[in-house]
Structure formats: structure tokens, C-alpha cells
Design a protein around this ligand. Structure first.
Ligand code: SF4
Length: 553
């Protein structure tokens, strides 16, 4: 259900911290607004998903037009798991308008740096509480003087799986004023190691005491506006001084009740589907990287130099993470007692008798494991598109660097990867809690395939086909993290996602591009519909799949 609010806010941030124009950093705090009364929150979610899928289908693929059949006739039939048919949506709802507008997401909203292990359950909640900290810091002194406590309530998936993700310590860190992009991982480790420790936070004239107990694991089931809902409160005894309901909508993006997408510049080359990109790139002969750079400059107001420097910073964080992960061997935090594998894969590479193909695959997999394991340790990662899938693009990056691909080509590859992520975010979802693992590792692999193709100078159609192929072969993949930890199956899936990205590129670069029968828009539409119909047990609840069948001793 990320899309329902994400769609509501393909949001597009002002300050880069809040993913909005309304946080305490970049603008005034919005007033809390009520959800539309005509729909229950869950109905609204279903309706939004249906709306986004419907929007995709209306931009139907050439194949479906040729056969006279919709891409999926089954998709039109709601399953028992999906519940009753959604109500019609008012055309003035933001979600409906959003599906019609061009993509205006920018790079620093998409590639977000911060602590793992989960973009929706760690980075998002920390950004939320940091946003709340900034808001309450700016309240008038007379209100702050009365304050006695800060409390955060976690609901839905955040409550069901938050323990395993470290949602509580990430939330506490943000509430204590630690910025997600720069918070040392050691600080987070210490919060977990000393759960009863009392921490002080100063808000204007008042200093409050906080512990992990102020982060409350509340109801796991209910009529929530989003599966990842949380409320933050500033209290004066039993009285609430200030309260805001937030949503961690996937990929580290956050929204809140009454959220309105911020004002931004308009893209020079507006697109919302791959077919729009095709027109600019193939018909008008505008190179993909140039198109994306010019859009980024028009929307964000940044120069090309600033944009390329940001991409270098992203690459540096990724490479540092992989290199650390290749060195460190440890049992990862949590009850699974999972031993890390990246270092041993790397160590044994030179002596293995797997042959050239086996060694190449093992190398890419080792890179994927390395960053996935760093994520599991709660160290700094980059969402690409999420934390659970954060090992894929670094593995692709490292393997491109091994090939001595020029840095500018790698930057262009990052741009192509972002374009794929934007399309999936805009037209489907990036959230495991909304769409299963296809939305995280599937999208990450698709981005990786596009990045490889772009960096190696492939034709635009090959870039698109590679992305399509990688996504196609993740469709339907469920999210079922064992014990609620982003470890099994997540880490190994990053390795597979990176290998599949290379596989997709290798196939796409050898086939006749125009003869590929499935186009990228069609596959993204299929992902949206699959997400809509997927049983909620397989959406990051740890109530199905491996999370149930694997018995931990
Ligand atoms: S199973 Fe996939 S979607 Fe779910 S937490 Fe792991 S990486 Fe994310």
C-alpha cells in the first residue's frame, strides 16, 4: 500500500531530509488533517492501488492492443486475499492526480544514505522521528516549558516486525536529534546494547529524559492509513501538546496526515512511463543521461556539477560498505545467528575451481552479500531502492569498477538506474510491505540491469529491455523475512539480484532489441497488479513463507 500514499506523494522533497516541503527544516509544519470520511483507511489503500494499476493499464502496451486482450485478465478479478473490489476514487484525490502527473522525484530523495537494516522500518522511522524532533524544537517556549515526555507509537507492520528491524532504536535516535544520514552506527549499536539507558534531549527551555520504552510497539492490526503507520506525541502529563501521524511509505520516504507534495520545478522532459522516455530518447534522439540530468537540474535547481558530485558521494558510501563487508566476518545481530559469507566468498575466490563463469558470478555475489550484511549490521547504506535491496547496486557498481568503466559512464549508469526506480515508484511500489520482495529486490535488480547497460554504452532500447527482463523474473516474489530480520532471505536475494542484473543485461545486449515481446511499462503494470493481489501474509508481516516454515532452534 505504499503507493497509496506514495502515489499521493511521489513526493518530492524540499530539504532532502523530510522528503517534503513541510518539515521543520524546509518549511512550516503542516496542520494535522483528517482522512477523507467516505472511505475507511484500508478501503482507501485498496482503491489507491487499484487506481495506480488502472492508470498503468490505461497506458496499455502495444502487445495487449494487438491481441485485443488486457495484459492480465486474471488481474481484473479481485482475489479473496485482496478483499472486496475497491470503491471508485474521487478525481480530486491527490493519489489520482499523482498517477497522471510527470515524475518529479530527484536523486537525493531516491538514493538516501543512512542506517540499515530496513528503509521502511529503520531509515523511514528515524527520518520521521528526526522530523518530529525538528518540528517540536520550533514550538513556542510556553508550550515546550509544559512538556514532560515524548512518545512514539508504532502500528501495523512497524509494530509486527519492528523489533527485528531495530525500529525502536532508530526511532529513539531520531527523537534524540540524530540525523539519519550522519548518525554513527556505533550510536545505534549502543542504544540496542543498553536498552535501559536514559538519554536526554533538549527542546528549547526543556530537557526531557527518554529511553527505548518511550517507543511503544502498539497494535499490529487495525484500520491504518498505511501498513507502516506511527504517531509521535509531545506530552504534558496526560495532555497532548503536539501530535502527528506519520507513514513510512517505503524506500525511506515519509509522509504524514495531511501531507501535500511540495512545489518544485517542472521537468524539462516530462515522463511518467517508459513509453514517454522512448519518445524523447528514440524519436527525438536525446540521450538518456542528458535527459535525466536536465530534468534533475530543472526540478531541483542544482547544477550538473552538484548532481555528479552527489552521485560520486553515493558511490563512495557504497564502495566503502562493500569493502567493509568483504573484510568483516561476524555472526549477524538477531536470533537467526546467521554467519556472514561475503568475506569467505571473497577469500576463496582465487583458489576456487569454478572456472571463469563461476568466479565471475561468485565475485558479483560476494559484493552483494557484503553490502547486504553491512545493512544487517545496521551500518550506513544507500537505499537503492530500499535498504533490504541495498546490496544490488553496490555489487553492480563494484563489478563495473572492476571492468575499469570510466567514472562518467558510472554516473550515467546511476542516472539510468534511478529512472527505472522512479518509474516503479510512480507506477507501482518500492515497498515490501505493499508489494512483496518484487518491489524491493526486483526493482533493485531492474535498476542494476539498466545501470550496467547504460554504463557499458548500450543502446536505449537495450537499457530498457535489460531493466524489463530483470524485473520480469522477480514478479510475484514475496516478502517473508525470517523472525522479522532483514537477513534471510534478504541478504542472499541481494546477491541473486545483482547476478540477475548481469544476466538480464547479457541477454538484452545479445537479442534483437525491437523483437522483445514484453516492454518495461507492461512489466511494471504487472508488478502493481501482483502487489495488489498478493496476500498480506507475504508483505513484510513475517506471517508467511520462509518466516513461517523455517524453524529457528
Ligand atoms: S524479503 Fe525482500 S522485501 Fe522483504 S524485507 Fe527482505 S529484501 Fe525487503
Amino acid at each position: 500500500m505504499e503507493k497509496l500514499l506514495n502515489v499521493i506523494g511521489t513526493s518530492d522533497a524540499g530539504c532532502g531530509t523530510c522528503h517534503s516541503s513541510g518539515c521543520a527544516t524546509c518549511g512550516p509544519a503542516p496542520r494535522v488533517a483528517e482522512a477523507p470520511a467516505v472511505l475507511s483507511r484500508r478501503d482507501l489503500g485498496r482503491a489507491v492501488l487499484a487506481a495506480s494499476a488502472g492508470a498503468l493499464l490505461s497506458g496499455c502496451s502495444p502487445q495487449s492492443g494487438a491481441t485485443g486482450q488486457p495484459p492480465s485478465t486474471a488481474a481484473a478479478q479481485p482475489t479473496a486475499a485482496a478483499g472486496p473490489a475497491p470503491p471508485a476514487l474521487s478525481p480530486d484525490l491527490a493519489v489520482v492526480q499523482k498517477t497522471k502527473g510527470p515524475i518529479i522525484t530527484v536523486l537525493d530523495e531516491f538514493y538516501k544514505m543512512g542506517p540499515g537494516p530496513s528503509s521502511s522500518h529503520t531509515m523511514g522511522p528515524m527520518r520521521i522521528t528526526y522530523d518530529f524532533f525538528q518540528r517540536v524544537s520550533k514550538l513556542p517556549d510556553d508550550q515546550l516549558k509544559r512538556a514532560t515526555a515524548l512518545k512514539v507509537h508504532l502500528y501495523g507492520s512497524l509494530s509486527a516486525t519492528g523489533k527485528g528491524h531495530g525500529t525502536d532504536r532508530a526511532s529513539l535516535a531520531g527523537l534524540l536529534g540524530k540525523a539519519p544520514a550522519t548518525c554513527p552506527p556505533e550510536f545505534l549499536d549502543a542504544l540496542a546494547a543498553n536498552p535501559d539507558e536514559v538519554h536526554k534531549v533538549t527542546l528549547g527551555p526543556t530537557t526531557l529524559s527518554l529511553t527505548l520504552k518511550d517507543i511503544i510497539f502498539d497494535a499490529t492490526k487495525g484500520d491504518f492509513h498505511h501498513p507502516n503507520t506511527m504517531t509521535a506525541k509531545l506530552l504534558a502529563g496526560n495532555e497532548t501538546v503536539y501530535e502527528l501521524e506519520y507513514y513510512s511509505v517505503g524506500g525511506g520516504f515519509i509522509e504524514w496526515k495531511g501531507y501535500k507534495p511540495p512545489d518544485k520545478g517542472q521537468p524539462k522532459y516530462p515522463f511518467s512511463h517508459a513509453k514517454d522516455l522512448k519518445k524523447f530518447i528514440i524519436d527525438d534522439k536525446i540521450p538518456l543521461a542528458k535527459l535525466l540530468l536536465e530534468n534533475e537540474m530543472a526540478i531541483s535547481g542544482k547544477s550538473e556539477k552538484q548532481i555528479r558530485e552527489f552521485l560520486d558521494q553515493v558511490a563512495d558510501v557504497m564502495v566503502r560498505g562493500v569493502d567493509t563487508g568483504l573484510r568483516v566476518e561476524s555472526v549477524l545481530p538477531g536470533p537467526i545467528k546467521l554467519h556472514s559469507k561475503a568475506a569467505s566468498l571473497q577469500r576463496n575466490l582465487k583458489t576456487s575451481a569454478k572456472g571463469e563463469a563461476g568466479r565471475a558470478i561468485t565475485q558479483v555475489a560476494a559484493y552483494g552479500f557484503a553490502m547486504g550484511e553491512e545493512n544487517a549490521r545496521g551500518h550506513i547504506i544507500v537505499t537503492a531502492p530500499t535498504a533490504g535491496s541495498a546490496g544490488i547496486i553496490p555489487a553492480v557498481l563494484k563489478s563495473l569498477r572492476d571492468l575499469k568503466v570510466p567514472n562518467e559512464n558510472i554516473q550515467d549508469g546511476f542516472l539510468a538506474a534511478a529512472a527505472i526506480g522512479y518509474l516503479c515508484k510512480h507506477n507501482a511500489t518500492l515497498s515490501g510491505a505493499e508489494g512483496g520482495c518484487q518491489a524491493e529486490v526486483g526493482v533493485g535488480s531492474s535498476m542494476g540491469a539498466a545501470m550496467i547497460a547504460q554504463a557499458l554504452g548500450a543502446a536505449p532500447k537495450v537499457v530498457s529491455n535489460a531493466a524489463e527482463s530483470a524485473l520480469e523474473h522477480h514478479l510475484g516474489m514475496t516478502c517473508d523475512p525470517v523472525a522479522g530480520y532483514v537477513q534471510v532471505p534478504c541478504i542472499e536475494r541481494c546477491a541473486y539480484g545483482a547476478v540477475k542484473a548481469w544476466t538480464a543485461y547479457c541477454i538484452a545486449s545479445e537479442e534483437i532489441p525491437e523483437e522483445r515481446r514484453v516492454d518495461l511499462d507492461t512489466t511494471i503494470a504487472a508488478m502493481a497488479l501482483t502487489a495488489k493481489e498478493m496476500n498480506t501474509k507475504y508483505k513484510e508481516t513475517s506471517e508467511g513463507g520462509l518466516a513461517v516454515s523455517l524453524v529457528l532452534c
